[in-house]
Design a protein around this ligand. Structure first.
Ligand code: FE
Ligand code: MN
Length: 361
């Protein structure tokens, strides 16, 4: 029997028996191994939808004008030493972090998942980390930062080293053919997905995002702030991607969801929070205008609990409030007129997939 399946505005006639068989063989892990990228019929619709959203958000660093940032960088009358140091720490930390995320996405997560639509969206995720890495190069060249000085920060600034080690130690161990039919190994994989999506991109990126956007709000380093706003929009999709992946993985593999494992994840988040707070202390040794250290520290506790709850885990600081309510608004650039608008529309026009209908299997 033939049946019509739709994906966006495209429709496909598939043999129903074959389609149902292919659908059943699709799993987050331990599904049918195929090199042929059989996207149809889609099983993880969210992955395909997110792929389209991410594609529509495409941006390029060179579109951002850096003249004013360059002027401010050189002028002690316009910005303080602490403010310059925050930018330096941001460039130093993210130069390493973007690469680490992209590498883990490609060599661990995308390698171990089996459904093609997951590989599709994860490929886009890795590409966005490339865009972010490239935006940091753009900042480095615009401001005239010595690239060696920037690289040396990954080795010399202890709080950056500690944050990087925290994630890479859970990444390298998974780079071999691990048997994902064993519960313990599945937990290692789930922990990797949680760690990168919720602890690193979801929490440890937010101290610096907060500080840089706080400068942006005061009209300091607006070009850099603009790039971080676009990065942040991408990161929200990455957090959502890895959260969905995590939730579906747990749903398909209920053996991993033990009370001990849940507590392990909460403690992993607690460790990530502690490292992020040390990093914030380094970035902001003294309060500066509009930058109150204790607010940024509390914000980390607040955002971490949102990530835990998003994954069905108990918060670490129940009832904690958001000390930086303006940040949420600053993060929402969807409704704002922006200079990418024309370009994004062009990108979208070039695409033949414009509707958001779900497929109907
Ligand atoms: Fe990134
Ligand atoms: Mn990311």
């Amino acid at each position: 029997m033939q049946k019509t399946y739709t994906v966006g505005s495209r429709s496909f006639v598939l043999d129903q028996t074959k389609a149902e068989e292919a659908f059943k063989a699709k799993k987050i892990i331990n599904g049918r191994e195929t090199l042929t990228f059989n996207l149809l019929p889609l099983k993880y619709n969210w992955a395909y939808e997110l792929y389209k959203t991410m594609k529509a958000n495409h941006w390029e660093p060179e579109d951002i004008i850096m003249n004013k940032d360059i002027e401010q960088w050189k002028d002690d009358g316009q910005v303080s030493e602490v403010e310059r140091w925050i930018i330096m720490m941001g460039v130093g930390y993210f130069s390493a972090a973007e690469g680490i995320v992209g590498d883990n996405i490609l060599h661990v997560i995308r390698h171990l998942v089996t459904a093609p639509e997951l590989k599709l969206v994860l490929g886009r995720h890795a590409h966005e980390e490339n865009v972010h890495a490239d935006s940091l190069l753009y900042m480095i060249s615009s401001l005239g930062i010595n690239p060696h000085e920037c690289e040396a920060m990954f080795e010399d600034i202890e709080t950056i080293v500690a944050k990087n080690e925290f994630v890479t130690r859970h990444s390298h161990a998974l780079r071999r053919d691990i048997d994902l039919t064993i519960t313990e190994n599945k937990q290692k994989f789930a922990k990797n997905v949680f760690l990168f999506g919720q602890c690193m991109e979801g929490t440890q990126f937010y101290g610096m995002f907060g500080m840089i956007l706080s400068l942006y709000r005061q009209n300091k380093f607006r070009g850099i702030g603009e790039m971080f706003r676009y990065t942040l929009r991408d990161e929200s999709n990455h957090i959502e991607l890895l959260r969905n992946l995590f939730m579906d993985l747990v749903e398909e593999n209920s053996d991993i969801w033990t009370p001990e494992f849940q507590e392990d994840l909460r403690q992993t988040m607690a460790e990530g929070i502690a490292l992020e707070k040390n990093f914030i202390e380094d970035c902001l040794p003294v309060d500066s205008i509009g930058l109150v250290k204790k607010d940024f520290l509390q914000y980390i506790d607040y955002i971490a609990d949102r990530r835990l709850e998003g994954c069905g885990l108990k918060p670490l600081n129940p009832g904690i409030t958001n000390p930086l309510p303006w940040l949420a608004e600053m993060m929402d650039i969807k409704k704002e007129q922006n200079f990418f608008e024309g370009r994004v529309t062009e990108y979208q026009k070039a695409s033949s997939l414009e509707n958001d209908d779900d497929d109907d299997l």
